[in-house]
Design a protein around this ligand. Sequence first.
Ligand code: ADP
Ligand code: MG
Length: 589
Amino acid sequence: MSIALLPSHLVNQIAAGEVVERPASVLKELMENALDAGATQIRIAAQAGGIDALQITDNGTGIARDELALALTRHATSKIRSLEDLEAVASLGFRGEALPSIAAVADLRLDSRTAADEHGWSIQLRPGDPLPSPRPQPMAPGTHIRVERLFHSVPARKRFLRTARTEFSHLDTVARRLALGAPSLAVSLDHNDKRLWQVESGLDAASAERRVAALLGDEFMAQALVIEHAGQGVEMSGWIAKPAFSRSQADVQHVFINGRYVRDRLLVAALKAAYADVLHYSRQPAYLLYLRLDPREVDVNVHPTKQEVRFRDSRRIFDHLRRTVQQVIAAPLSVAQLVTAPAPGGGAAPRVAEASSPAYHRDGQPLPAPFARSLYGTADAARPAAQQAIEAAPPLGFALAQIHGVFILSQTDDGIILVDMHAAHERIVLETLKARIGSAMATAQPLLLPIDLTVSESLAELAEAAIPWLQPLGLELRRSGAQQLLITAVPALLADYDHAQLVRDLLADLSASDELDAQRLATAIDSVLGNTACRSGSIKAGRRLSLPEMNALLRQIESTPRSGQCNHGRPTWVALDMAALNRLFIRGR
Ligand code: ADP
Ligand code: MG
């Protein structure tokens, strides 16, 4: 065959292969266009999972009559003009491909009206049709797009579509996701002429939370901690779920960068690492995070659907993200410490608050000092924070009794608290062990009688590779055969433990990941220490404690990082405030 230019219809069909995979990808492109056009309201209606018909109505700027044909032409866009624009692109679209791609594989009707026009204009076309001239169309300002019979003209692609039900569930996911990404947007979704859900704009704290609860579920909101932090050139806000809301699937992990939903392996890994201390590695954390940074720091032009991005300085952003989230999860009960202590790297300390608490701020300003008090009720802004801290009753209150040898009952300023003694103590032991890693653990204690250990060949290889990582921690071993290891020295801190078991646990944990790095090793050591803490030092259920012993434990929990969860991510204590108690007894109704 000789070389020839492809006809434009075929070029559009090829482009559609990248951009339009299913009704949900059409919805994504059209919702993004509406958002780029400044819409504050988007109505979505689908028939048969969007395969038969999908229509989107917005109240954005609209498209002028003379530009309607251009909007349907490939590589025509109103969003960028130059390479400089592309490098700093703030709009969701910029490639000028979506509308022509959709029109290449489905029947399309595009109605649009700008505020300056008295009525709108409409274009209707089928795949392969030449562009017709617009016809007048009465309508409110904004844009209305109807896409029918997707892939009708491309049977090979139509075969890849699933049942209407499955396609609808993808539509639903995309609609919720875009709604999450645009907090000021009102969205509704209809399927087969039935309204399935709608959300209003959520600009103040309370309505924002209602909105997220509607989109992600009440339970997520009930378990969410507010995160709000600025530093290192990154503004971070959103909600992260307490470890107790962990999931078996990574289905509630939403990260938006400058308003764009991004699914990035390294971001996911950074967040997983942030939870590593409080979550079993088979469980998935849940979060909804908004990051704002200079658009020049991210390259969004990596993939046609733009769900992958590249960071100019990924290490810095990931470390920052991991540390900040880690701090919020780890926040001990005395929140005041977190608020006044400078965060690593110089930024303001992350703000921690239960969802719905008065500490919610959106303005990016440092929180006032009495923030901690406001979390527990009686804030008094006039007095200095230090004085308040002295007068404040301890957050976990004072112990009243031990119940069934398992729980401590404690009275607080505004209710009661039940503490799982064993779980809480386990966490305290673990954190103490970890705090000592840097010093005592690093001291190696040579073994008089080296320990011989038989493991699988692959574990022996792993151990050999890990030798240079383990040595600085005081753990020295060498490979003495295909399946033989010889432990010659152990960390002084762990001298009393079962060394063979320690090494086995460590190797098992390391072998679960395909890469060996400092982060992974730290995680493995944490988990081995966690088991050690669980097996040894912890208070066993059933032991009698005196009131002073109980109060000492409560004070220890208050000052221990991550003490809200045990090493396995279960809560270590629960609170019932007076309102909850009154509800239990149906008082005040
Ligand atoms: P891109 O979004 O990459 O620019 P599209 O093919 O998605 O490319 O859209 C082409 C152009 O049509 C956009 O640049 C925009 O000017 C216009 N447009 C598309 N949808 C809308 C809409 N809902 N409201 C206003 N203008 C729109
Ligand atoms: Mg677009």
